[in-house]
Design a protein around this ligand. Structure first.
Ligand SMILES: Nc1ncnc2c1ncn2[C@@H]1O[C@H](COP(=O)(O)OP(=O)(O)OP(=O)(O)O)[C@@H](O)[C@H]1O
Ligand SMILES: [Mg+2]
Length: 236
């Protein structure tokens, strides 16, 4: 393992109930980079993120964060090692205000105060909406809040699941710009079905198909390889 590797997922297998969902997934994320996890619906992208976090613990293989094996630990402890998670479908607390949503994302008291400036510079809308309940936010604003929540504690790694899903083009642009900026201080594993978004943000990629990682490399090479894109990423 290269010593600039922040996270190494080594040939993991994960079951959900009796189903053998991941059957050999490997991903390597260098410090400070954005790596995109690609693949069709149901390929196992979200399950890979959940496996890293211990929410769907792998039964085989290793998850190595900063040289330390973390598979098998409780997800609470794994998150506390500095992994932020932005789940699919904008999982915010809709009954809570924007401010409360941010506050309960603190890992220790004072986290939010330290990060407010960064968060509001990335997502100026959230500052304006700070007192409103989640229900009053548009889909795009909820997605911004979901990403902002992961920025509240100090995280060395962010796992972001389909941030552009369902967003209007102008909001996709804003989200991309935010991810680009936040990657300056963190490392990102980005699940994306929107290939344009993934290819503009990530330096490298891993493609998952039916629970296996089948291909990985530099994003520039994939972008120039329509055959691979067609084979693994376009609707079958
Ligand atoms: N709770 C569950 N029970 C049974 N099967 C599940 C469960 N969660 C996921 N799966 C199955 O595991 C496989 C991988 O799902 P996963 O959510 O990881 O895919 P994905 O690549 O994130 O897909 P999408 O692009 O639709 O989000 C799918 O076939 C899915 O049906
Ligand atoms: Mg998914």
């Amino acid at each position: 393992m290269e010593n600039n590797t922040l996270l190494k997922v080594n040939d993991i297998h994960t079951f959900i109930g009796q189903f053998h969902i991941l059957q050999g997934v490997s991903v390597e994320i260098p410090k400070g980079k954005i790596v995109s996890l690609l693949g069709r619906n149901g390929a196992g992208k979200t399950t890979t993120l959940k496996s890293i976090l211990g929410l769907a613990p792998p039964t085989q293989g290793q998850v190595i964060l900063d040289g330390e094996e973390i598979q098998g630990r409780r997800s609470y402890d794994i998150a506390n090692m500095g992994i932020g998670f932005v789940p699919e479908h904008r999982a915010i607390f809709r009954d809570l205000s924007v401010h409360e949503n941010l506050l309960i994302a603190e890992r220790k008291k004072g986290d939010l105060e330290k990060k407010e400036e960064l968060i509001f510079s990335l997502f100026p809308d959230l500052k304006r909406l700070i007192k409103l309940p989640g229900t009053n936010l548009s889909g795009g604003q909820q997605q911004m809040l979901a990403v902002a929540r992961a920025l509240v504690p100090d995280n060395k790694l962010l796992l972001i699941d389909e941030p552009s899903e369902g967003l209007a083009p102008v909001l996709i642009e804003q989200m991309m710009e935010a991810i680009r900026q936040l990657s300056a201080e963190s490392t990102v594993l980005l699940v994306e079905q929107n290939f344009i978004v993934a290819s503009q943000l990530a330096e490298s990629y891993v493609i998952i198909e039916e629970g296996h990682s089948v291909k990985s490399g530099k994003m520039v090479d994939l972008a120039a390889d329509p055959e691979t894109i067609h084979r693994y990423l376009e609707a079958a």
